[in-house]
Design a protein around this ligand. Sequence first.
Ligand SMILES: [Zn+2]
Length: 66
Amino acid sequence: MDDRYRSNYKMSVKDNLEYINKMGIGKFIEEQYRKYRCSKCGGLISIHNRKCFKCDSITRLVEKNT
Ligand SMILES: [Zn+2]
């Protein structure tokens, strides 16, 4: 990894910790949840592939039946 990535990563971790200290862990989780929420159904989106757990499973069911 290059230095820019490393310093950016360090920055965001520091920012997150400051946010947790200021707002509390509950607020932090709420904020993370809002960040990764599906715009279609409001469900939780996987941070790994950005797919909505709900919509993705619905899509799969529809594909199966057609
Ligand atoms: Zn969804």
